[in-house]
Design a protein around this ligand. Structure first.
Ligand code: KG4
Ligand code: ZN
Length: 384
């Protein structure tokens, strides 16, 4: 099965083309091309994602990315004589996408329909204006090429990112359900019980800020650029390498509570107060504070996750989302897994952040198991 996948939920525009080969025993994927264009540098000036700017950037990036993906996959072919497409219908689909309405019909007239069996696209959660661009783009391709479109939940995508090794060819691992999933990103922090593909139950989630959001806000407090996660992580590493004494103590919010919820807003405020009270003077002070913040987040995430694994007697943990790129968190989780005898599936190389490959995997898994498709409508707060 040939899958074209599109992701535009936040500040990355991503397009992938992959081939899935199913036998009775296993499923192997061949990633022919996977291209992501990041808007991070643009949003850095605002210290966060600006929805309408994100929408505009997605609209500009999609055709060049699709062209690149089709060319790299060797399925890009131009018509000798442009074929008339139903422009009226395409323009209707692209009604609200002004820049795509100008460019996409002409593009579709120019190229021969590639052999694609399924188009997958993120429908939520995320920023609705950004999601709509991807959905309308996918629907236009679907109409012009006569290929079905399947809506995918972004968080389901993050779970599926751990099913790929990140290599060009990979075989779907055999997953012994139930598994526990810890999803940590800029918008989410949640523990999800996965009893099967498509069967999810949120055991706990953040009551305020997501952990990635807290990294971003703390970075801003320390006058560091967006996104803050990698910046904080870099400073914290400095403190560890220099073995700086512990200069600050931050809270570990909700670490001992009976539920599986999280809270990172108080932790963020505690950093703000420390900075406001001018306890931060030197670079070494900043590094020590970053390390204490990273320690606090990691300890809370590990403690709650371990408790959930024990309560539900689960031995496989799937971690996903942008924050799972954090090296310190990875090391500490791996130590805990060894000690407490559970297995961790990490996202494949290059798949911690938002990407179209994870959307293709999640879509494929649901599609081939005849699960109901998500409605093709942007939903900022889409649930499982
Ligand atoms: O999953 P993602 O790419 O987008 C969302 O769906 O939110 O996650 C982005 C988040 C940002 O908050 C970013 O600061 C955080 O992931 N992040 C990190 C690291 N790399 C990215 N947080 C901590 N440590 C990192 N190394
Ligand atoms: Zn994400």
């Amino acid at each position: 099965m040939n899958i074209l996948s599109i992701e535009t939920s936040a500040d990355e525009t991503s397009v992938a083309f992959l081939v899935a080969k199913e036998t009775k025993k296993s499923t192997t994927f061949l990633v022919r091309a996977h291209e992501t264009s990041s808007q991070v540098a643009l949003h850095a000036t605002y210290g966060g994602i600006f929805p309408n700017l994100a929408k505009r950037e997605h609209a500009q990036a999609l055709i060049p990315l699709l062209t690149l993906v089709l060319k790299k996959s060797k399925i890009y072919k131009e018509f000798k004589n442009p074929k008339a497409v139903n422009k009226k219908k395409l323009e209707k689909i692209l009604e609200r996408e002004h820049s795509l309405k100008e460019t996409l019909p002409t593009f579709l007239e120019k190229i021969t329909p590639p052999k694609i069996d399924l188009i997958t696209v993120t429908t939520g959660p995320g920023l609705e204006p950004a999601l709509w661009v991807g959905i309308n783009f996918a629907q236009a391709l679907s109409f012009a090429w006569g290929v079905p479109v399947y809506g995918v939940n972004h968080m389901e995508g993050h779970i599926a990112s751990s099913f790929s090794s990140g290599k060009k060819t990979f075989t779907l691992p055999h997953i012994q359900f139930p598994v526990l999933s810890l999803l940590i990103s800029g918008g989410h922090t949640e523990l999800v019980l996965v009893t099967d593909i498509g069967k999810y139950k949120i055991l706990g989630q953040t009551r305020d800020d997501a952990v990635g959001e807290a990294f971003d806000k703390v970075a801003r407090t320390l006058s560091l650029p967006y996104p803050g996660g990698p910046e904080i992580s870099r400073l914290a590493l400095q403190a560890r390498e220099k073995n700086t004494p512990q200069l600050y103590t931050l809270p570990r919010p909700m670490i001992g509570t009976k539920d599986f919820d999280f809270s990172f807003s108080g932790l963020k405020t505690a950093v703000l107060y420390t900075v406001r009270d001018k306890k931060i003077k030197t670079e070494t002070d900043k590094e020590a504070l970053a390390r204490e913040f990273e320690n606090a987040c990691t300890e809370v995430l590990i403690a709650k996750t371990r408790k959930a694994l024990q309560k539900y007697a689960i031995s496989t943990l799937v971690i996903g989302g942008g924050v799972s790129a954090n090296r310190y968190l990875q090391t500490q989780f791996n130590i805990d897994a060894k000690k407490n005898k559970y297995k961790i599936l990490w996202p494949g190389k290059g798949l911690t952040g938002d990407n179209a490959l994870m959307i293709a995997l999640a879509g494929f898994l649901r599609y081939t198991r005849n699960k109901k498709p998500r409605p093709l409508k942007a939903n900022g707060n889409l649930e499982y």
